[in-house]
Design a protein around this ligand. Structure first.
Ligand SMILES: Nc1ncnc2c1ncn2[C@@H]1O[C@H](COP(=O)(O)OP(=O)(O)O)[C@@H](O)[C@H]1O
Ligand SMILES: C[C@@](O)(CCOP(=O)(O)OP(=O)(O)O)CC(=O)O
Length: 498
């Protein structure tokens, strides 16, 4: 039998907490996306201890590795490989080593007795689809995106692809790690059904370590955390937990389990429940201008370090810390209000969808509950504006384009449309993306246009920046998930030709 083990992991959007989340004293609000990475692991009938990995969306993206077990586990690139993939290679080295520590070398040798093949694909949203849309002569709309075949080939090697900022490497590492942990019987599939299982935490800790190793730095880890746990309020782990492993030489490998074990209490990350309110939709745009996140981060952190003389960064971090939390709590309050009175909530949503936010409070609702719902939406709008203002201040003080004026103009225009609740520049900010939260009622609001359509249209005709929508919405499935190969449209086909 050659059954496939498939695990998917979502992408991420950090809607609040950019820069602050690097510091354990502050939390970030991360939304996981419906766009996912999929890793498909199958036994092959090739050769003992041979692992082949293919990414069929890319040119020259096949990598073969041999696994040696003596004197210690060593995963080696085959000389025939046309390119290297550090992320995949380091992931395999770490997963096989950990599997041997947990189950013994004999168990892993049996699993690899006729080799395994791995396919990795990411939803189209992870990579810019401008060229596809142009070649199909389609306008840049959500409807056009749905006409592009799933997992469409990009026509370029991975190194040349235009990423959209959804965190491809974190989602890739997490789906690869989790699928291999399952395929090698290190964790049971049921562990990826439960939210808080030991297996899920093991997949998280290992993925964080591998991702840091591959990136050559320890970031906040919110992207891996979203790929594992889904949307949440994230407090980072202390980097000391992996410091020793990060500095180990490959010639003298240390055991991984003592560090990555879910029972290692040095992993002090916090994951608190979060989701966007019912009947709202997150909208994402890829803005084709591009920013280099590491250089933005380096500059902001340097400024913060040098700043204590004036104390401005301290005050800014404290006030942003408070309003970021307020955003999360106010959004959660809306979910609560919906569950208490879904009918009134839906009715309010209809009103908000056809009204500009600046006029939301001018017409009182029929009931006290209705007024609370509308004023809570208005509070979200005000908080999201306050966060933008503070992030712009951070940008001005550190001389970093966190919300550059070109983005400010576009965001202001979007936020002034009926039914738009709030938005901003995600993560580190810069020129490359924006997010909005819009009302998305189930009810028919014709002859009014739906907020999603209004925003799409604004983006479509906007001239000052080159804007293209992404199809992602929030993923309500919590993080890494076991999939059935045939239930994901296009997946079997995407991996069939190679
Ligand atoms: N589909 C894929 N298959 C294999 N590796 C991938 C794929 N997509 C991304 N990667 C790996 O992730 C790396 C990109 O990492 P990075 O630059 O940190 O991107 P991001 O900012 O999207 O996380 C690539 O060089 C490659 O090693
Ligand atoms: C600055 C940050 O807090 C957030 C950066 O978030 P982005 O979503 O901008 O990151 P990239 O995926 O690298 O583009 C750095 C961090 O938390 O690691």
């Amino acid at each position: 039998m050659n059954s496939a083990t498939v695990v998917s992991s979502p992408g991420k959007v950090l809607i609040a907490g950019g820069y602050l989340v690097l510091d354990r004293a502050y939390a970030g609000v991360v939304v996981s996306t419906s766009s996912r990475f999929y890793t498909v692991v199958q036994n092959s009938s090739s050769k003992e201890n041979l692992i082949t990995v293919r990414s069929p969306q890319f040119v020259s993206a096949t990598w073969a590795y041999s696994v040696k077990f003596e004197p210690s586990v060593l995963v080696e690139d085959l000389p025939t490989n046309e390119s290297k993939n550090k992320f995949v290679h380091l992931a395999l080295q770490s997963i096989i080593s950990l599997a041997c520590e947990i189950k013994g070398v004999a168990h892993v040798k049996t699993q690899l007795s006729s080799g395994i093949k791995i396919h990795i694909v990411g939803d189209n949203d992870f990579y810019s689809q401008r060229a596809q849309l142009a070649s199909l002569s389609l306008p840049r709309t959500l409807a056009s995106l749905s006409k592009i075949p799933p997992f469409v080939p990009t026509g370029v090697p991975i190194s040349q692809v235009h990423k959209t900022g959804l965190g491809s490497s974190a989602a890739l590492i997490t789906s690869l790690t989790s699928s291999l942990l399952l395929h090698l019987s290190i964790i049971p599939p049921s562990d990826l059904v439960q939210n808080d299982s030991e297996g899920r935490h093991l997949a998280h800790n290992l993925s964080q370590y591998v991702h840091c190793l591959a990136q050559g730095k320890v970031g906040s880890g919110f992207d891996v955390s979203a790929a594992v746990f889904g949307s949440h309020i994230y407090t980072r782990f202390d980097p000391a937990v992996i410091q020793q492993l990060m500095s180990d030489s490959t010639s003298n490998p240390q055991p991984l389990l003592p560090t990555v074990s879910p029972s290692n209490t040095a992993w002090n990350y916090k994951v608190s429940n979060f989701q966007l309110p019912p009947l709202t939709r997150m909208m994402l745009a890829d803005v084709d201008a591009g920013s280099d996140t590491p250089s933005l981060v380096g500059k902001v952190l340097r400024w913060r370090k040098e700043d204590p003389l004036t104390g401005m960064s301290g005050a800014l971090w404290s006030s942003l810390g408070v309003i970021n939390q307020l955003l999360a709590q106010t959004l959660l309050k809306l979910t609560d209000l919906h569950s208490k009175d879904p009918a009134v909530y839906e009715d309010c949503l209809k009103f908000l969808s056809i009204t500009k936010a600046s006029e939301w409070l001018s017409t009182p609702r029929d009931s006290a509950v209705g007024n609370t719902i509308v004023s809570t939406f208005d509070e979200v709008r005000r908080i999201s504006e306050a966060i933008r203002e503070k992030m712009r201040e951070m940008g001005t003080l550190s001389d970093v384009p966190i919300e550059p004026s070109e983005q400010t103009q576009l965001l202001d225009l979007c936020i002034s449309q009926p039914g738009v609740i709030g938005g901003g520049v995600p993560g580190a900010g810069g020129y490359d993306a924006l997010w909005l939260l819009v009302c998305d009622p189930t009810a028919d609001i014709s002859p009014n246009q739906r907020p999603v359509e209004i925003v799409e249209n604004v983006w479509n005709i906007y001239k000052e920046l080159d804007v293209s929508p992404l199809s992602a919405v929030e993923s309500l499935a919590k993080g890494a998930r076991v999939e059935d190969l045939d239930s994901i449209p296009g997946l079997r086909n995407a991996i069939a030709s190679t």
